[in-house]
Design a protein around this ligand. Structure first.
Ligand SMILES: *Cc1c(COP(=O)(O)O)cnc(C)c1O
Ligand code: SF4
Length: 352
């Protein structure tokens, strides 16, 4: 069930946004940065925060050492206290299964290492390149395909210009995707600086963010950020990442509403996850809730088979059966494309 009514969302249509000066005064960056700095948990502190049974803690320890628990307070507030089966909790709770080695699940499931260019750029598809803009995220999703990515070797450095030079020298590129990690972990000043550099490249038309932050840390969507996006000569696309309708509360709706006011195109990608969103009804609701807050479903990804994530994987047959049901209950424009990323292909691969 959606947790808000649309009429109650955000600033009224047509209202003017405050000027940047008042924004700095009203909304210092540290609000979201403070929340971000308090997003690290141990199994014990998380269990205490969410009243989880103690028996679960021991089984979490080793996995949590390997890939630490991270979740914002804003996200935790949408989890039902004491419910170990909560679909949002499952996305952040370390599991014993993560330690198992299963055939077919590897450290680099989509061939990112081979496609890496200098300076944190990844180009696999024509006309668009992806920039590893930041090495950090506001939440650690246990199924993440980049959980073992060697970020320290491959990411954008502000004092180096390799990535910018690459983008300048290839005039077939029209779109840059800021990804990560999460690009919105960067503060407003750094992001603005990066946008300045990209806006100067004449053949670039579109800047696209791939970010889970509007969902898990909506306080990050500061008015300063909104203004900067609004000012850009580039088309701005924000692809958020949400897997379950419970992730979309009033605070998320408000942040997204502000982006819409700034003419940002809003899309969503989800990952199909066993035990989280592998029900037709859940996915139907997700699409409708997204639409209510101004976001169109874009991709529904089959899991990238990264080591330690097999317990989230759904057999492809089950996924296609689920998708056929979904197709029968949604209008075409609310049906995300079911895709898999296959190494070496020139685009994501549509499954059905
Ligand atoms: C997924 C991906 C893209 C974006 O693909 P679209 O189909 O345009 O959404 C671009 N570059 C890389 C490296 C990707 O993995
Ligand atoms: S926010 Fe995205 S990149 Fe970060 S851990 Fe989650 S899935 Fe991975």
């Amino acid at each position: 069930m959606a947790k808000f009514s649309f009429s109650a969302v955000g600033i009224p249509k047509g209202d003017r946004l405050p000027t940047p000066e008042t924004v700095v005064y009203m909304e210092p960056d540290h609000t979201w940065q403070q929340e971000l700095s308090q997003s690290n948990w141990t199994p014990a502190t998380l269990a205490e925060r969410l009243s989880l049974p103690e028996v679960r803690i021991n089984t979490m320890e080793i996995s949590a050492q390997h890939f630490p628990i991270r979740a914002t307070e804003s996200y935790l507030q949408r989890i039902e206290v004491g419910n170990t089966d909560d679909p949002l909790l499952r996305q952040i709770l370390p599991a014993e299964e993560e330690q198992q080695t299963v055939k077919g699940y590897s450290m680099d499931p989509v061939g990112d290492h081979a496609a890496m260019q200098p300076g944190g750029l990844l180009q696999k598809y024509q006309g668009r390149a992806l920039l590893i803009t930041s090495t950090a995220c506001a939440i650690h999703c246990r199924y993440c395909f980049r959980r073992d990515f060697p970020y320290q070797q491959h990411h954008f450095e502000f004092n180096q210009s390799e990535a910018i030079h690459y983008l300048q020298s290839d005039n077939t590129l029209h779109e840059v995707i800021l990804s990560g990690g999460d690009p919105l972990v960067l503060n407003d000043k750094r992001l603005s600086n990066l946008l300045d550099q990209l806006e100067k490249i004449p053949h670039l038309k579109t800047i696209r963010f791939h970010s889970r932050i509007p969902v898990v840390l909506p306080s990050r969507i500061t008015n300063t950020l909104i203004h900067r996006l609004q000012q850009s000569r580039l088309n701005v696309v924000m692809v958020i990442h949400s897997n379950h309708p419970n992730e979309l509360d009033q605070s998320v709706a408000t942040a997204l509403r502000q982006m819409r006011e700034a003419e940002v195109t809003l899309l969503n990608q989800s990952v199909l996850l066993k035990g989280v969103n592998d029900q037709t009804e859940t996915l139907r609701q997700l699409s409708h809730t997204l639409f209510e807050i101004g976001v169109l479903p874009y991709y529904l990804h089959l899991l990238d088979r990264v080591k330690g994530s097999h317990h989230f994987d759904l057999p492809e047959q089950d996924a296609t059966a689920l998708y056929e049901q979904l197709r029968s209950v949604l209008p075409g424009y609310l049906l995300p494309r079911l895709v898999r990323e296959i190494e070496g292909k020139t685009s994501k691969t549509t499954i059905c």
